[in-house]
Design a protein around this ligand. Sequence first.
Ligand SMILES: Cc1cc2nc3c(=O)[nH]c(=O)nc-3n(C[C@H](O)[C@H](O)[C@H](O)COP(=O)(O)OP(=O)(O)OC[C@H]3O[C@@H](n4cnc5c(N)ncnc54)[C@H](O)[C@@H]3O)c2cc1C
Length: 402
Amino acid sequence: MAPELKCYNRTIMIKIDFEDTRTAFSIKSNRDLRRAHILFKLISYPILVKIGNPVINVFSALRIPIGWIVKPTAFKHFVGGETLEECQPAVEKLKTANVYSILDYSVEGKENDKAIAAALQETLRAVKNAGSNPHIPFAVFKPTAFGKHHALEVLSSAGTPDEKTHEEGENFRARIEQLCKTAHKNDVPIMIDAEDTYIQNFIDQVVIDMMRKYNKERSIVFNTYQMYRHDRIGILEADIKAARKEKFFLGAKFVRGAYMERERARAEKMSYPDPIQPDRESTDRDYNLALKISMDNLDVVSIFNGTHNEFSSMYLAQLMIEQKVDPADKRIWFSQLYGMSEHISFNLAAAGFNVAKYVPYGPVRFVLPYLMRRVEENTSVKGQTGRELSLIKKERQRRKAQ
Ligand SMILES: Cc1cc2nc3c(=O)[nH]c(=O)nc-3n(C[C@H](O)[C@H](O)[C@H](O)COP(=O)(O)OP(=O)(O)OC[C@H]3O[C@@H](n4cnc5c(N)ncnc54)[C@H](O)[C@@H]3O)c2cc1C
């Protein structure tokens, strides 16, 4: 049973019902729904995903064009377009339901200087684009697009880096600073995604330094807290303490974390303690606790609730109502990935909360890893595809019965 919330906040009646499929799919045509139905049905068969992944990898390595099959299907559903400009229709469409967009340049795994320079130029362009469009409330980037993995790993560990690694670290810091400075100048908040634990220490240090510098008036720079890590509540509390003491605002994006299997496998292979929570319940507990701690410190913390979890979405809405915080308060955002969990996004937006979709973009060939993760996630995360499918079916039946 989906959580449902009905209550009065001051004089406004707030009703959130995640079962309301009419609202959830209000911007989807019958054709869109049919495509989504087929797509989620296909990815509910693990065997197809198992065969599909290596086939796509081989095609992609051999540079055999696969755009003709991917573009009208998974790409159309989960990706905004190949360029910033191509995403504009998606932004406009989401806007009609009061849902905002965050355009995420999703080119992954390129490490050479040329690719880093190209990613920097494109991300700077995306920051300025967000600054000029009130329906794009954040810019975002993956830190690994701007630094060499090996250097980030060494700088995140206890050892002393050699001169070359130190220089790589300073180059990384300079690029992150350029992005944060541009975001500050354009008055648009910017989020730094989190990836693997073994490179995160150095990224955390750089991002907190950026907050010290650019979050003096409000949260412009946001770090990501992956609550499947068992040490993150302690880190959040320490960051809040530092923000209070040093008088800056803390931008906190919360996610559960996307790399559990590979984190566990690496820890086992290299014989160090697993950085991930012992079980699902511990992740859920810390995720919701992080929301509560942040709400209790809302005078210094801005919250970005990046989840498809119905309870965690409803829980934050409920905390806001209990604490008499206006649903439209711009210090608090809810977010889901484009093409997923529309029942959460559109029902929260209809109730007046701030909701933004993460809309990835990039050339088909380069966003394939992102797409594959989405497909795998929908196959492996227990119940997610089933939930998406049942809501799509329900809405299709509702429309047919009209
Ligand atoms: C807007 C947005 C931005 C995101 N940005 C990032 C990012 O920067 N970095 C990142 O890593 N991910 C990011 N993600 C992905 C996110 O971390 C999750 O992988 C994904 O959203 C599923 O978690 P959930 O809370 O939505 O859903 P749920 O289905 O409720 O939770 C699934 C998650 O629970 C955790 N979990 C499951 N089983 C266990 C277990 N046995 N033990 C411990 N934990 C377990 C895992 O994290 C798993 O992904 C983002 C997601 C969204 C919606």
